[in-house]
Design a protein around this ligand. Structure first.
Ligand code: 4AD
Ligand code: MG
Length: 445
């Protein structure tokens, strides 16, 4: 027999063939003469219908969740519901599954909160396996966007000695040593899990015109919110010789649109299980607004916000949500934030009456902030002064070097990959779009 994946068997191109499939039983339906099984192997949302017309010696072991290997004849199905079915001549139970102990019950729709309690088993549910396929395709779409557009991928380090965002949300990295082992420090400097690959990308933008990285980033955020994780994936791009924020917003918009188009087309069946916030076409607000305009809009609104909306205060989720709604529930850019709200690397908008930085956030329906980016301060004197003000000029002498040796105007941004998935699929909680969520008080598995 030819070994096929379920998706290949269902495609119908192997009708009449003697095939073998391997997977997990998603449903069991005994009838008078026949036994109907549905077997799934993660290759598609669809399961393959198996029809067993004989009395299988292992029949009592064929339960929801067990692993099987089935060989038989692939035929056209008389039933409209599925195009093909496999008439089994041999069914072998590879791994048994006691349905009384298995946390998921056949035909039951479990709540996401319940499913989340079983990070080691939740890939066995339809909804989560769909999510994982979509996540995989969205990853491919993002890499493909960058490849098509001439970006070089850089593997930025996970362990680093810098705190790019300066927000004090670092996880320290130290070797695990026996208690009274008075070894020297492993690294001679304090080391952390990276909060962003930006500074390493900035190094590379001294030699490449377009670079990107896409990997895990870490923040010791003491937040139980529905859009924060301690470990999340970030897509970061850095562009050399950028003159304006529009150079950045163009790329952000392009990635958002092209990846979303790809995912909606490539994973139509899986995506249909979710309540999308984004429909094909998904406009990004062409207007955009400055931070000052955003503050005006918030102050003119009749809504009572919990957090202050004065000029100089950071925009909170409630504000971001309001602004997105105000623009017709489509993604919107907010630019030129107060200088003091932004990290040391953000470029000073010296020509503005208010003291702002050339920074931009992309706000999207469902989640609020999806991307954060800025032009970087490329002027040596201004950057040195800023670093001196925060007492970091020694730690960042290498960063100042980048402005000494062939400095160029440049800028970039980071896109939170889980928030992107939340946005396009309408998933309320960020813990439901990552295989193994890590957040405060929780590091299961
Ligand atoms: O706005 P952030 O902090 O920007 C940076 O880290 C820049 N250094 C990126 C750059 O310019 N290269 O983070 C970027 C995005 C946010 O807009 C948000 O979508 C996501 O990362 N993000 C988180 N996602 C999940 N959990 C968290 N704790 C997150 N913190 C930020
Ligand atoms: Mg941000």
């Amino acid at each position: 027999p030819t070994k096929l994946r379920v998706s290949e068997a269902i495609s119908g191109s192997n009708l009449g063939a003697n095939i073998k499939i391997q997977g997990w039983v998603r449903s069991v339906r005994p009838q008078k003469k026949n036994l109907f099984l549905h077997v799934n192997d993660g290759s598609s949302l669809q399961s393959l219908q198996i029809i067993a017309t004989f009395c299988c010696s292992q029949i009592r072991l064929l339960t929801f969740g067990c692993a099987v290997e089935v060989t038989g004849l692939l035929k056209q199905s008389p039933n409209q519901k599925q195009p093909v079915e496999l008439e089994a001549d041999k069914i072998r139970v590879v791994g048994e599954c006691n349905p009384l102990d298995f946390p998921f019950k056949i035909k039951e729709r479990h709540a996401v909160e319940y499913i989340r309690q079983f990070p080691h088993l939740r890939c066995r549910t339809n909804a989560f396996s769909s999510l994982l396929r979509i996540r995989s395709e969205a990853t491919a779409a993002i890499h493909s966007y960058f490849k098509k557009n001439g970006f070089v991928q850089i593997h930025t380090p996970i362990i680093t000695s810098n705190d790019c965002e300066g927000a004090g949300e670092l996880f320290a990295v130290q070797p695990q040593r026996p208690e009274n082992d008075v070894d020297e420090k492993f690294f001679s400097v304090p080391a952390f899990l990276t909060v962003s690959g930006q500074l390493h990308l900035e190094v590379m933008s001294g030699a490449f015109s377009k670079v990107y990285t896409f990997g895990p980033t870490f923040r010791a955020e003491n937040s139980q919110s529905r859009r924060h994780l301690a470990e999340f994936y970030m897509v970061e791009a850095e562009l050399s010789f950028t003159q304006s924020i529009e150079d950045l917003t163009e790329v952000m918009e392009d990635i958002f649109k092209s990846s979303t188009e790809y995912v909606l087309a490539q994973c139509a069946e899986d995506v249909a299980l979710f309540h999308k916030h984004v429909s094909p076409g998904h406009r990004v607000s062409s207007k955009g607004m400055t931070y000052s305009e955003a503050v005006d809009i918030l102050n003119r609104s009749s809504q009572n916000f919990v957090f202050p909306t004065e000029w100089g205060c950071d925009l909170q989720k409630e504000h971001e949500k309001y602004l997105v709604k105000h623009c017709g529930n489509i993604p919107v850019f907010v630019t030129d934030y107060p200088y003091d709200l932004k990290p040391f690397y953000a470029r000073d908008n010296q020509d503005h009456p208010e003291h702002t930085a050339a920074a931009v956030d992309l706000l999207v329906p469902g989640v609020g902030e999806l991307c954060g980016g800025s032009l970087r301060e490329e002027r040596l004197d201004l950057l040195r002064t800023r670093l001196e003000e925060v007492g970091l000029e020694d730690a960042y002498s290498w960063y100042l070097d980048l402005r000494r040796f062939g400095s160029i105007p440049h800028g970039g941004f980071g896109l939170g990959f889980e928030r992107y998935l939340q946005c396009i699929l309408g998933v309320d909680n960020i813990k439901d779009v990552i295989p193994f969520p890590r957040f405060s008080h929780s590091c299961l598995l």
